[in-house]
Design a protein around this ligand. Structure first.
Ligand SMILES: [Zn+2]
Length: 470
């Protein structure tokens, strides 16, 4: 009996060892950090270089640019949590005190540390705004807005650009944690806003989207909130990477809002998709296209609470083929060519957006009259004042009555993870299944055979006894 158990045990053990060895080898091959991309700082700027460049640009263009450095902190935490947010205000028409008559864009980059490419877009945008001559020339292309019109649009626009919201998270990334998306103390600031804050989906992963202890617990989110309240933008654009998408509210509901304003916004995105994204971008409701919801996001708050009529999350790049742990590659282009393509397209996207804004019902018409360029395409200028939605987005403004939604930002990671991780898991799962099957079959065969041998020897013994009895 003992020998039989040993036979089965040895066979199963041997099988298991072989299987686990094979799985371990596969795992090791998959996880090998040798294959993972590292940021190439001959293409990318380091955080210090980003702000050095920003400062230089502002210093060289003080007539149109201004830099505010906001010291932000949570002094009550132990130890105190401190960071800063740098905001570049750009008024291509020259600084003015009265921002009411201008179209106001609040553009946020670098909210998630690992999405370095978004910061590069901000830098490129600032460079173009500092010297828009090439962009103006380009406007004269067939089908373009024309130089004079783009110039007028720029003169009537005020930008507030945050090149890197999440400075502390970026520090962690530059220290080698290339998968870090949260801020310097483990909170996803794009889950820290008050709309539908703290709701957790079934696939909630605290490593990716911990929303903080309460709404606006994080100084980064609080600072952006104050900035937006004061500035009252017509456009909020939150830049991310992980996929290619042009999203609008809602993140926490699986559909886009109803109503004229939301429909017009969707049309803007549809046009941008062609111009900027080659038609590849997922559009509108992220919930629908991505498959799950995000709660407590900045874009939902901007739209629902601050009544920012055009609230966007743009996902500018993603590598679906990248391994789950190959974060730099997953969120950032790794060749100089793709880097340049992404940065150029998404910096230009802001100018394309600018051209589309006058046809949107929530954008003020007034200033376009002061610069008449006689282009027939300026539909907005002909719109009656009744149709024109109130300019300063205010709490009294009725936007789409039904709040619907789009989708999530965490998405960048989790959705990709789902896609990416399923591949190795599928292969490992198959091998694991085959192993279990083999172990079972071998075990069964050994058992049956040894069981057969046992029965035979029992029969032989009985026969011997019987023989003896006879
Ligand atoms: Zn992101």
């Amino acid at each position: 009996m003992q020998r039989r158990r040993n036979g089965v045990g040895r066979a199963v053990l041997l099988q298991s060892a072989l299987c686990f060895g094979l799985l371990w080898l596969l795992e090791a091959a998959d996880e090998s950090p040798d294959q993972f991309a590292l940021p190439d700082f001959s293409i990318y700027h380091t955080k210090d270089q980003v702000f050095e460049e920003v400062e230089n640009l502002v210093k060289a263009n003080t007539q149109i640019m201004k830099l505010d450095v906001l010291a932000i902190s949570d002094e009550e935490s132990d130890p105190p949590y401190r960071s800063s947010i740098k905001v570049v205000t750009v008024e291509p028409g020259g600084h003015s005190k009265d921002h009411e008559k201008k179209t106001r864009l609040l553009l946020n980059y670098g909210e998630h540390g690992r999405e370095l490419i978004t910061v590069e877009v901000a830098l490129r945008l600032l460079q173009i705004l500092a010297d828009p001559s090439a962009e103006l020339e380009r406007a004269d292309r067939p089908g373009g807005p024309g130089k004079a019109r783009l110039k007028a649009l720029l003169h009537n626009t005020i930008f507030k650009i945050v090149p890197m919201e999440n400075e502390r998270g970026r520090d962690l990334v530059e220290a080698g944690n290339l998968c870090e998306r949260k801020n310097g103390r483990g909170v996803d600031t794009n889950r820290n806003w008050e709309v539908h804050w703290g709701y957790k989906e079934k696939d909630y992963d605290p490593n990716e989207e911990y929303p903080g202890t309460k709404p606006f617990s994080e100084p980064e989110a609080e600072a952006l909130l104050e900035l937006a309240k004061k500035f009252r933008p017509h456009v909020w654009m939150n830049a991310h990477s992980g996929m290619e998408a042009l999203f609008m509210p809602y993140d926490h509901l699986p559909h886009i809002p109803s109503g004229e304003v939301a429909q017009a916004t969707l049309q803007v995105l549809e046009k941008l998709n062609n111009v900027t994204c080659g038609g590849r971008c997922a559009l509108g409701s992220g919930g629908k296209s991505v498959g799950y919801l995000a709660h407590g996001t900045a874009t939902d708050y901007m739209y629902e609470r601050l009544k920012v009529p055009l609230a966007f999350t743009w996902e500018i790049y993603g590598d679906n083929e990248a391994h789950f742990n190959d974060c730099f590659r997953m969120f950032n282009p790794v060749t100089p060519e793709s880097f340049d393509r992404v940065v150029t397209s998404w910096a230009d996207a802001i100018f394309a957006l600018l051209e589309l804004l006058p046809s949107h019902p929530a954008i003020p018409r007034v200033h376009m009259h002061s610069h008449t360029f006689g282009r027939k395409g300026d539909v907005g200028a002909k719109r009656s004042s009744k149709e024109s939605r109130a300019t300063p987005p205010g709490p009294d403004r009725k936007l789409g009555a039904t709040m619907q939604g789009w989708q999530s930002r965490m998405n960048d990671a989790a959705r990709l993870r789902a896609q990416v991780f399923d591949v190795p898991r599928g292969r490992k799962g198959l091998i694991g299944g085959v192993c279990v099957g083999l172990v079972a079959i071998v075990g069964f065969v050994v058992l049956v055979r040894s069981g057969g041998r046992a029965a035979a020897s029992k029969r032989a013994a009985r026969r011997r006894r019987e023989d003896a009895a006879r």
